[in-house]
Design a protein around this ligand. Structure first.
Ligand SMILES: NC(=O)c1ccc[n+]([C@@H]2O[C@H](COP(=O)([O-])OP(=O)(O)OC[C@H]3O[C@@H](n4cnc5c(N)ncnc54)[C@H](OP(=O)(O)O)[C@@H]3O)[C@@H](O)[C@H]2O)c1
Length: 334
C-alpha cells in the first residue's frame, strides 16, 4: 500500500491536523518510461500554507482531496527508463506520500558522494537556491557591508548569513529564541543575533549593526521589518523573500511605515525562487563545495514517519523547528 496525506479542508488562520487526512492507497501504476520510487525525505516549507488556501497567489492551490505537494528525495524501486536504475537516489516533487510513479523527466539523479540525500531538498535545494539568488541578485552584498536576515536559524536564513560572511560582510541574524541566537553566532559564525521575542528591537539592531544595515533579507514581515527600517543605510537593498508572520493572518496586517525607503533611496524587491531555476547549476557549483568543506554548516530538524508531517508543518509557523524541517518517510534499502 502507498500511505498518503491529502488536504481535506482549507484553513482560516492557523492550520490544524484536521485539515489533513492520512489514507492508504494502492501502489501507483507504472507506464512505459516511468520510474517507481520510494520517498526517503519530504521537505516541509512555509509556502505550503499558501497551497492550502484558494486565495489568489503565484501558484495554484492543492485541490481538496489531493495529495499535499512537496519536494522529495527518493530511492528508485523499479525503472522503465534507461537513465535510471533500481537504487538510484533522486530528487523530485512527489508530495506527501510513500511511493510515486511517473516520467523520468520529473527526476534529478543525485551524485551524493557522502552527502546526506536530505541536503538535496535543503541547503542544496530550493531553500539554498532562494538564499543564493535573493542575496546575490537583489541584496548585491559588498565586502564590509552589513547584512541582516530574519528567521536566521532556518533553512533559508542560515544560508543567507553564512554566504554573507563568505562575501566579506558583517552578518546579523534575527531569531526567536536564545538557543537559536546562540547557534546562529557560535555555530554558523554570524557576528551577532537579535532575539525578536525578548530584545527591544530598534536599539538591539542598532547595537548589532553599528554601521547601519545595507542589506535586509526579509523572511518574516511585521514588527521585525518595521524595526529594520529605522536602521537602514542610504542605498540599502531588501530582498523580499517571505513574510511568515502573516501567512496565517485573518485580518490584513497593519504595514510598517515605508517612508524609510524613500529617505534612504532603498530598493525593495520581491522574488519567487521558481523564477530562478536557471541559476541552479551555478548555485550547486559554488555551494556544494562549501557544504562539503563545512564552510556552510547545515542543521536539519527531522521527524520520523509521514504521519508526523501535518504537525511538523504547523510547527514552522510557531518556530518549533530548529533548522531545515524534514520528514524521514522511509529508510534507504527497505
Ligand atoms: N520567495 C521564495 O521563493 C521563497 C522560497 C523559500 C522560502 N521562502 C520564505 O523564506 C522564509 C523562511 O523559510 P524557511 O523555509 O527557511 O523556514 P525556516 O526559517 O526554516 O522556518 C520558519 C521559521 O520562521 C520563523 N517564524 C515563524 N513564525 C514567525 C512569526 N510569526 N514571526 C517571525 N518569525 C516567525 C520561525 O523561526 P523563529 O523561531 O526564529 O521565529 C520558524 O522556525 C519564509 O518566509 C518562506 O516563505 C521564500
Amino acid at each position: 500500500m502507498n500511505r498518503q496525506i491529502r488536504l481535506v479542508s482549507r484553513p482560516q488562520g492557523m492550520p490544524t491536523t484536521a485539515h489533513f487526512d492520512v489514507t492508504d492507497a494502492p501502489m501507483p501504476a507504472m507506464g512505459d518510461g516511468d520510474v517507481l520510487r520510494r520517498t526517503l525525505f519530504l521537505s516541509l516549507d512555509p509556502y505550503m500554507r499558501g497551497r492550502m488556501s484558494d486565495a489568489p497567489s503565484y501558484a495554484a492551490p492543492v485541490n481538496l482531496g489531493d495529495v499535499m505537494c512537496g519536494h522529495t528525495v527518493s530511492e528508485v524501486v523499479e525503472s522503465r527508463h534507461p537513465a535510471f536504475q533500481r537504487g538510484d537516489i533522486v530528487a523530485g516533487y512527489d508530495g506527501w506520500q510513500q511511493f510515486a510513479a511517473g516520467p523520468a523527466k520529473d527526476l534529478r539523479k543525485l551524485a551524493l558522494d557522502g552527502l546526506s540525500p536530505s541536503t538535496a531538498i535543503g541547503v542544496l535545494g530550493m531553500p539554498g537556491l532562494t538564499a543564493y539568488v535573493g542575496l546575490d541578485d537583489i541584496g548585491q552584498p559588498k565586502a564590509g557591508e552589513t547584512v541582516v536576515v530574519s528567521a536566521a536559524s532556518g533553512a533559508v536564513g542560515s544560508v543567507v548569513g553564512q554566504l554573507a560572511k563568505i562575501r566579506g560582510c558583517r552578518a546579523v541574524g534575527v531569531a526567536g529564541s536564545r538557543d537559536k541566537c546562540g547557534y546562529v553566532v557560535d555555530t554558523l559564525g554570524f557576528d551577532a543575533c537579535v532575539n525578536y521575542k525578548t530584545d527591544d528591537l530598534v536599539p538591539a539592531l542598532k547595537a548589532a549593526c553599528p554601521s547601519g544595515i545595507d542589506v535586509y533579507f526579509e523572511n518574516v514581515g511585521g514588527a521585525v521589518f518595521a524595526a529594520v527600517l529605522d536602521v537602514l543605510n542610504r542605498g540599502a537593498r531588501i530582498p523580499l523573500c517571505g513574510m511568515i508572520s502573516q501567512y496565517n493572518a485573518t485580518e490584513p496586517p497593519g504595514g510598517p511605515n515605508l517612508r524609510a525607503l524613500l529617505v534612504t533611496r532603498a530598493l525593495l524587491k520581491g522574488f519567487i525562487v521558481s523564477d530562478h531555476y536557471d541559476r541552479f547549476p551555478g548555485f550547486l557549483t559554488e555551494v556544494t563545495p562549501l557544504v562539503r568543506a563545512g564552510r556552510i554548516k547545515v542543521r536539519e530538524d527531522i521527524v520520523d514517519g509521514l504521519d508526523a508531517a501535518p504537525a511538523a508543518l504547523i510547527g514552522l509557523f510557531e518556530g518549533r523547528n530548529f533548522g531545515k524541517m524534514l520528514v524521514r518517510v522511509s529508510d534507504s534499502g527497505q
